[in-house]
Write a protein that binds this ligand. Sequence first.
Ligand code: BGC
Length: 254
Amino acid sequence: MQILGVDIGGTGIKGAIIETETGEMLTERKRIETPKPATPEAVAATLKELVQQFEYNGPIGCGFPATIHHGVAFTAANIDSTWVNTAVDQLFTETTGCPCYVINDADAAGICEMKFGVGKDRNGVVMLLTIGTGIGSAVFINGQLHPNTELGHLVLDTKHGPQKAEHYCSERVRVEKDLGWNKFGRRFGRFLNRLEFLFNPDLFIIGGGVSKKFDRFSENFELRTEIKVAETLNQAGIIGAALNAANQIASQQQ
Ligand code: BGC
């Protein structure tokens, strides 16, 4: 099935038309700056503009940086607080005139990596972490997603006191605090050790733009768990959002 996949982020709204059977991008990726303030109405209008740029009329899969329960946003950590309790599916469907299927952005990236990336055919507990403005997580148990896990909000004991992981070792923190790769690696390693202790995963997958530099910070990790870099990197969110829409459509038709 051909579906427009969209990744809504704090800085950009990106999309491409995806062949969901193969995960292939059938068009170039287009990107529009996220409006400021990123209120529901403003983001919905930008999504509509993106859809028009593709001259597209069909189902849309959207990855969104918040927990999404049956189409409704429950949190808003790195986006405008007015999103809380917004029926995102409904708002986007009404604004674009196309049926929209919304999912947490990290869950979308995870779905893509499990189908086409390093998580393919992996059983057991797989934990994908996206490092960006926030830290997103997607947890799979024998290939099945446990949605909306929000592990980036796990509170860690640090020498600066208790801190949420995404306030301690996200890409935003690395840039804002000008952390060197070793220091950043030690911080992120601490987070991974905590996850390892609490969840005993079989595999960690690291995604988000900074994962391209994985070799520069991963030397500081002391893990017993296997760890890999996401293969689909930047496109995972877009492809996974489209895959999720295709799955939702298929289950509605059953
Ligand atoms: C949000 C998550 C999101 C992650 C990555 C966190 O702040 O709470 O829902 O997946 O950022 O965007």
